[in-house]
Design a protein around this ligand. Structure first.
Ligand SMILES: C[S@@+](CC[C@H](N)C(=O)[O-])C[C@H]1O[C@@H](n2cnc3c(N)ncnc32)[C@H](O)[C@@H]1O
Length: 268
Protein backbone atom coordinates (compact mmCIF):
# COMPACT_ATOMS: atom_id res chain seq x y z
CA UNK A 1 0.00 0.00 0.00
CA UNK A 2 1.43 3.40 -0.95
CA UNK A 3 2.04 6.01 1.76
CA UNK A 4 -0.75 8.10 0.30
CA UNK A 5 -3.16 5.22 0.32
CA UNK A 6 -2.23 4.47 3.93
CA UNK A 7 -2.94 8.09 4.88
CA UNK A 8 -6.28 7.88 3.09
CA UNK A 9 -7.23 4.72 5.00
CA UNK A 10 -6.16 6.34 8.28
CA UNK A 11 -8.30 9.34 7.46
CA UNK A 12 -11.28 7.03 6.82
CA UNK A 13 -10.55 5.30 10.13
CA UNK A 14 -10.70 8.67 11.88
CA UNK A 15 -13.96 9.64 10.15
CA UNK A 16 -15.51 6.33 11.15
CA UNK A 17 -14.31 6.33 14.75
CA UNK A 18 -14.57 9.99 15.68
CA UNK A 19 -17.31 11.30 13.45
CA UNK A 20 -19.78 8.47 13.62
CA UNK A 21 -19.95 8.07 9.85
CA UNK A 22 -20.07 4.53 8.50
CA UNK A 23 -17.52 5.12 5.74
CA UNK A 24 -17.34 1.38 4.99
CA UNK A 25 -20.77 1.50 3.27
CA UNK A 26 -19.56 3.80 0.52
CA UNK A 27 -17.17 3.12 -2.29
CA UNK A 28 -13.67 4.55 -1.89
CA UNK A 29 -13.73 6.47 -5.18
CA UNK A 30 -16.84 8.32 -4.05
CA UNK A 31 -15.38 9.09 -0.60
CA UNK A 32 -12.13 10.25 -2.15
CA UNK A 33 -13.95 12.65 -4.48
CA UNK A 34 -15.85 14.27 -1.60
CA UNK A 35 -12.81 14.43 0.69
CA UNK A 36 -10.56 15.84 -2.02
CA UNK A 37 -13.14 18.52 -2.77
CA UNK A 38 -13.13 19.57 0.91
CA UNK A 39 -9.30 19.51 0.90
CA UNK A 40 -9.28 21.90 -2.06
CA UNK A 41 -11.75 24.21 -0.33
CA UNK A 42 -9.62 24.29 2.80
CA UNK A 43 -6.28 24.52 1.01
CA UNK A 44 -5.06 21.28 2.54
CA UNK A 45 -2.52 19.29 0.56
CA UNK A 46 -2.40 15.85 2.18
CA UNK A 47 -4.81 13.38 3.78
CA UNK A 48 -2.77 13.54 6.93
CA UNK A 49 -3.03 17.34 7.14
CA UNK A 50 -6.76 17.08 6.46
CA UNK A 51 -7.14 14.59 9.31
CA UNK A 52 -5.44 17.09 11.62
CA UNK A 53 -7.74 19.82 10.42
CA UNK A 54 -10.75 17.62 11.19
CA UNK A 55 -9.37 16.93 14.65
CA UNK A 56 -9.05 20.67 15.33
CA UNK A 57 -12.17 22.12 13.77
CA UNK A 58 -15.77 21.24 14.56
CA UNK A 59 -16.88 23.40 11.66
CA UNK A 60 -14.90 21.34 9.12
CA UNK A 61 -16.21 18.08 10.59
CA UNK A 62 -19.71 19.39 9.99
CA UNK A 63 -18.86 20.54 6.46
CA UNK A 64 -17.40 17.15 5.56
CA UNK A 65 -20.35 15.22 6.98
CA UNK A 66 -22.67 17.47 5.06
CA UNK A 67 -20.85 16.79 1.83
CA UNK A 68 -20.61 13.04 2.51
CA UNK A 69 -24.23 12.44 3.24
CA UNK A 70 -25.08 13.01 -0.39
CA UNK A 71 -28.40 14.65 0.09
CA UNK A 72 -28.82 15.99 -3.40
CA UNK A 73 -32.48 15.58 -4.27
CA UNK A 74 -35.39 17.38 -5.91
CA UNK A 75 -39.13 17.38 -6.48
CA UNK A 76 -40.01 15.05 -9.38
CA UNK A 77 -36.37 14.12 -9.98
CA UNK A 78 -36.28 12.61 -13.50
CA UNK A 79 -39.81 13.74 -14.39
CA UNK A 80 -40.16 11.07 -17.10
CA UNK A 81 -39.84 8.39 -14.41
CA UNK A 82 -42.66 10.04 -12.41
CA UNK A 83 -44.78 10.05 -15.55
CA UNK A 84 -44.18 6.31 -15.84
CA UNK A 85 -45.31 5.92 -12.23
CA UNK A 86 -48.78 7.41 -12.79
CA UNK A 87 -50.35 4.19 -14.15
CA UNK A 88 -48.87 2.25 -11.23
CA UNK A 89 -50.45 4.59 -8.67
CA UNK A 90 -53.75 4.57 -10.56
CA UNK A 91 -53.81 0.79 -10.55
CA UNK A 92 -52.84 0.51 -6.89
CA UNK A 93 -55.47 2.97 -5.66
CA UNK A 94 -58.19 1.54 -7.91
CA UNK A 95 -58.34 -1.54 -5.71
CA UNK A 96 -60.48 0.00 -3.01
CA UNK A 97 -57.96 -0.28 -0.20
CA UNK A 98 -55.24 1.76 1.46
CA UNK A 99 -51.97 2.01 -0.43
CA UNK A 100 -48.67 2.34 1.42
CA UNK A 101 -45.61 3.94 -0.19
CA UNK A 102 -42.12 4.12 1.27
CA UNK A 103 -39.51 6.62 0.11
CA UNK A 104 -36.19 5.20 1.31
CA UNK A 105 -34.07 7.29 1.40
CA UNK A 106 -36.25 10.38 1.39
CA UNK A 107 -33.49 12.99 1.96
CA UNK A 108 -35.19 16.35 2.69
CA UNK A 109 -38.65 15.07 1.77
CA UNK A 110 -38.99 16.25 -1.79
CA UNK A 111 -39.37 12.69 -3.10
CA UNK A 112 -42.23 11.59 -0.80
CA UNK A 113 -43.93 15.00 -1.20
CA UNK A 114 -43.70 14.55 -4.97
CA UNK A 115 -45.55 11.24 -4.63
CA UNK A 116 -48.23 12.91 -2.48
CA UNK A 117 -48.61 15.83 -4.91
CA UNK A 118 -48.82 13.50 -7.89
CA UNK A 119 -51.56 11.52 -6.15
CA UNK A 120 -53.51 14.72 -5.37
CA UNK A 121 -52.99 16.15 -8.84
CA UNK A 122 -54.00 13.16 -10.94
CA UNK A 123 -57.79 12.77 -11.07
CA UNK A 124 -57.41 9.01 -11.64
CA UNK A 125 -55.38 8.41 -8.48
CA UNK A 126 -57.35 8.12 -5.24
CA UNK A 127 -55.11 10.29 -3.06
CA UNK A 128 -57.18 9.74 0.10
CA UNK A 129 -56.12 6.09 0.05
CA UNK A 130 -52.42 6.93 -0.10
CA UNK A 131 -50.19 6.85 2.95
CA UNK A 132 -46.48 7.66 2.53
CA UNK A 133 -43.50 7.04 4.78
CA UNK A 134 -40.18 8.84 4.22
CA UNK A 135 -37.06 7.51 5.95
CA UNK A 136 -33.40 8.46 5.92
CA UNK A 137 -30.30 7.69 7.96
CA UNK A 138 -29.59 11.41 8.46
CA UNK A 139 -31.56 13.12 11.24
CA UNK A 140 -30.85 16.63 9.91
CA UNK A 141 -32.42 15.99 6.52
CA UNK A 142 -35.45 14.49 8.25
CA UNK A 143 -35.85 17.66 10.29
CA UNK A 144 -35.82 19.67 7.04
CA UNK A 145 -38.34 17.20 5.59
CA UNK A 146 -40.75 17.79 8.48
CA UNK A 147 -40.38 21.56 8.08
CA UNK A 148 -41.30 21.17 4.40
CA UNK A 149 -39.92 24.57 3.39
CA UNK A 150 -37.63 24.83 0.36
CA UNK A 151 -35.70 27.72 -1.15
CA UNK A 152 -34.99 28.62 -4.73
CA UNK A 153 -31.27 29.43 -4.94
CA UNK A 154 -28.64 29.70 -7.64
CA UNK A 155 -28.45 25.89 -7.77
CA UNK A 156 -32.10 24.96 -7.14
CA UNK A 157 -35.20 26.18 -8.92
CA UNK A 158 -38.18 24.93 -6.94
CA UNK A 159 -40.83 26.26 -9.36
CA UNK A 160 -39.10 24.42 -12.19
CA UNK A 161 -38.94 21.21 -10.14
CA UNK A 162 -42.70 21.44 -9.56
CA UNK A 163 -43.48 21.89 -13.27
CA UNK A 164 -44.96 18.37 -13.72
CA UNK A 165 -47.98 19.49 -11.63
CA UNK A 166 -50.94 21.09 -13.37
CA UNK A 167 -50.78 24.09 -10.99
CA UNK A 168 -48.20 23.91 -8.22
CA UNK A 169 -49.83 26.80 -6.31
CA UNK A 170 -52.42 24.26 -5.14
CA UNK A 171 -49.77 22.37 -3.21
CA UNK A 172 -47.23 24.97 -2.00
CA UNK A 173 -47.36 28.48 -0.51
CA UNK A 174 -44.93 30.65 -2.44
CA UNK A 175 -43.32 33.67 -0.78
CA UNK A 176 -40.51 35.13 -2.90
CA UNK A 177 -37.92 32.36 -3.12
CA UNK A 178 -39.49 30.31 -0.33
CA UNK A 179 -41.91 27.45 -0.97
CA UNK A 180 -43.78 25.77 1.87
CA UNK A 181 -45.63 22.55 1.19
CA UNK A 182 -49.31 22.82 2.17
CA UNK A 183 -50.95 20.70 4.87
CA UNK A 184 -53.11 18.88 2.31
CA UNK A 185 -49.85 17.35 1.05
CA UNK A 186 -47.84 16.97 4.27
CA UNK A 187 -50.71 15.16 5.99
CA UNK A 188 -50.21 12.23 3.59
CA UNK A 189 -46.55 11.84 4.60
CA UNK A 190 -44.74 10.91 7.82
CA UNK A 191 -41.02 10.60 8.48
CA UNK A 192 -38.75 8.46 10.64
CA UNK A 193 -35.08 7.62 10.86
CA UNK A 194 -34.05 4.29 9.35
CA UNK A 195 -30.82 2.76 8.12
CA UNK A 196 -31.43 0.73 4.98
CA UNK A 197 -28.32 -1.38 5.46
CA UNK A 198 -28.53 -2.25 9.15
CA UNK A 199 -32.19 -1.51 9.82
CA UNK A 200 -35.01 -4.03 9.90
CA UNK A 201 -37.35 -4.65 7.01
CA UNK A 202 -40.79 -3.06 7.27
CA UNK A 203 -44.03 -4.75 6.24
CA UNK A 204 -46.77 -4.60 3.65
CA UNK A 205 -45.64 -1.74 1.46
CA UNK A 206 -47.19 -1.53 -2.00
CA UNK A 207 -44.39 0.55 -3.49
CA UNK A 208 -40.86 1.35 -2.37
CA UNK A 209 -38.78 4.13 -3.91
CA UNK A 210 -35.08 3.47 -3.43
CA UNK A 211 -33.52 6.04 -5.70
CA UNK A 212 -30.04 7.51 -5.90
CA UNK A 213 -28.46 5.84 -2.92
CA UNK A 214 -27.11 2.70 -4.63
CA UNK A 215 -24.80 4.78 -6.82
CA UNK A 216 -22.75 5.67 -3.73
CA UNK A 217 -22.87 2.36 -1.91
CA UNK A 218 -20.15 -0.26 -1.93
CA UNK A 219 -21.39 -3.32 -3.85
CA UNK A 220 -21.32 -5.67 -0.84
CA UNK A 221 -23.98 -3.55 0.92
CA UNK A 222 -26.38 -3.46 -2.00
CA UNK A 223 -27.68 -6.97 -1.40
CA UNK A 224 -28.66 -6.25 2.25
CA UNK A 225 -30.52 -3.15 1.02
CA UNK A 226 -32.54 -5.20 -1.48
CA UNK A 227 -33.23 -7.86 1.12
CA UNK A 228 -34.68 -5.15 3.38
CA UNK A 229 -36.78 -3.83 0.52
CA UNK A 230 -37.98 -7.25 -0.58
CA UNK A 231 -39.07 -8.10 2.96
CA UNK A 232 -40.89 -4.78 3.20
CA UNK A 233 -42.96 -5.21 0.04
CA UNK A 234 -46.19 -7.13 -0.18
CA UNK A 235 -46.48 -9.80 -2.86
CA UNK A 236 -46.58 -8.08 -6.25
CA UNK A 237 -45.49 -4.77 -4.66
CA UNK A 238 -43.54 -2.30 -6.80
CA UNK A 239 -39.98 -1.04 -6.54
CA UNK A 240 -38.57 2.03 -8.23
CA UNK A 241 -34.82 2.69 -8.30
CA UNK A 242 -32.83 5.64 -9.69
CA UNK A 243 -32.56 6.18 -13.43
CA UNK A 244 -28.83 5.43 -13.47
CA UNK A 245 -29.04 2.45 -11.10
CA UNK A 246 -29.34 -1.30 -11.63
CA UNK A 247 -30.43 -4.22 -9.48
CA UNK A 248 -27.55 -6.32 -8.15
CA UNK A 249 -27.31 -9.60 -10.09
CA UNK A 250 -28.03 -11.58 -6.90
CA UNK A 251 -31.45 -9.92 -6.59
CA UNK A 252 -32.67 -10.15 -10.17
CA UNK A 253 -34.82 -13.23 -9.52
CA UNK A 254 -36.70 -11.38 -6.79
CA UNK A 255 -37.98 -8.56 -8.99
CA UNK A 256 -39.40 -8.57 -12.51
CA UNK A 257 -39.19 -5.47 -14.68
CA UNK A 258 -42.44 -3.58 -15.24
CA UNK A 259 -40.88 -0.63 -17.04
CA UNK A 260 -37.18 -1.27 -17.49
CA UNK A 261 -36.40 2.12 -18.98
CA UNK A 262 -37.81 3.93 -15.95
CA UNK A 263 -36.49 1.36 -13.46
CA UNK A 264 -39.84 0.17 -12.17
CA UNK A 265 -39.95 -3.44 -10.95
CA UNK A 266 -42.37 -5.75 -9.20
CA UNK A 267 -41.68 -8.22 -6.42
CA UNK A 268 -42.02 -11.73 -7.78
C1 LIG B 1 -28.91 11.36 -3.06
S1 LIG B 1 -30.04 11.23 -1.73
C2 LIG B 1 -31.42 10.49 -2.57
C3 LIG B 1 -32.74 11.10 -2.16
C4 LIG B 1 -33.93 10.72 -3.06
N1 LIG B 1 -34.24 9.32 -2.98
C5 LIG B 1 -33.67 11.14 -4.49
O1 LIG B 1 -33.53 10.27 -5.35
O2 LIG B 1 -33.62 12.33 -4.76
C6 LIG B 1 -29.31 9.94 -0.77
C7 LIG B 1 -29.77 9.89 0.69
O3 LIG B 1 -29.39 8.62 1.23
C8 LIG B 1 -29.22 8.78 2.62
N2 LIG B 1 -28.49 7.59 3.11
C9 LIG B 1 -27.17 7.32 3.03
N3 LIG B 1 -26.91 6.12 3.58
C10 LIG B 1 -28.10 5.60 4.00
C11 LIG B 1 -28.48 4.39 4.66
N4 LIG B 1 -27.60 3.46 4.97
N5 LIG B 1 -29.80 4.22 4.97
C12 LIG B 1 -30.72 5.16 4.66
N6 LIG B 1 -30.42 6.32 4.06
C13 LIG B 1 -29.13 6.55 3.72
C14 LIG B 1 -28.48 10.10 2.71
O4 LIG B 1 -28.59 10.64 4.01
C15 LIG B 1 -29.18 10.93 1.62
O5 LIG B 1 -30.21 11.71 2.18
Amino acid sequence: MSAENRQFQQLLGFIEAEMDFESGFYNDAYLDRRITARMRRTDTDSYRAYKQLLRREDEERRALLDSLSINVTGFFRNPEAWEALRPVLRELTANNRDVRLWSAPSADGREPYSAAMLALDDPDIEARRVDILGTDINADVLEAAREATYETSHTTNIAEELAPLSDYAEYVEEDGNTFTVKDSVTELVSFEQHDLIRGRAKRDFDLVFCRNLLIYIDSEFKVPIFETIRGSLCEGGYLMIGMTETLPVECRDDFEPVDKQHRIYRRV
